[in-house]
Write a protein that binds this ligand. Structure first.
Ligand code: S3P
Length: 161
């Protein structure tokens, strides 16, 4: 099972709980990138730019995608065509945690560990809007991410094959 969605949509929180319930390993792709490169995400952005980060994100995705685990992805993964295609062609359930921009923004605005939050609010909103159709195209199910973690998990488990 793979979780996608914008920053602050709850992918990691939900993924950790789901993994416990389903007794499967949890893989946070951001964490995987940090481990593989031995660098923090803002440092990767500073040194290699966003394009370099996306390449590393794709490599990390390739390394874990076949695992029988709950995988939570970074919000921008869908913008990199190789990652998009890899996700498109995998036969695993992909859940999109859908939340309104304002909720996401309030959760992430002061997060030093997310380089894109340095963007102006209006620019971040444009990024958000640009990504929505990509999340929708890729996911098997859209889940309302504004609900409580328990409700989100309940809704995901209803759809799980
Ligand atoms: C990003 C989202 C982050 C992380 C990086 C870039 C994005 O992951 O991969 O900061 O472009 O939306 P989260 O969605 O887990 O915050």
């Amino acid at each position: 099972m793979i979780l996608i969605g914008f920053m602050g949509s709850g992918k990691t929180t939900v993924g950790i709980e789901l993994a416990k319930i389903l007794d499967k390993p949890f893989i946070d792709l951001d964490q995987q990138i940090v481990l593989e490169n031995n660098m923090k995400i803002p440092d990767i952005f500073n040194k290699f730019g966003e394009a370099g980060f996306r390449q590393k994100e794709y490599e990390a995705l390739k390394n874990v995608i076949e695992k029988d685990a709950i995988i939570s992805t970074g919000g921008g993964i869908i913008t990199y065509p190789d990652s998009f295609d890899l996700l498109k062609n995998i036969s695993k359930d992909i859940f999109y945690l859908e939340i309104p921009f304002e909720i996401s923004f309030n959760r992430i605005k002061n997060d030093e560990n997310r380089p894109l939050t340095k963007s102006k609010k209006s620019d971040l909103k444009k990024i958000f809007e640009h990504r929505i159709p990509l999340y929708k195209e890729l996911s098997d199910y859209s889940i309302n991410g504004s609900e409580s973690v328990n409700e989100i998990i309940h809704n995901i488990l209803m759809h799980k094959k």
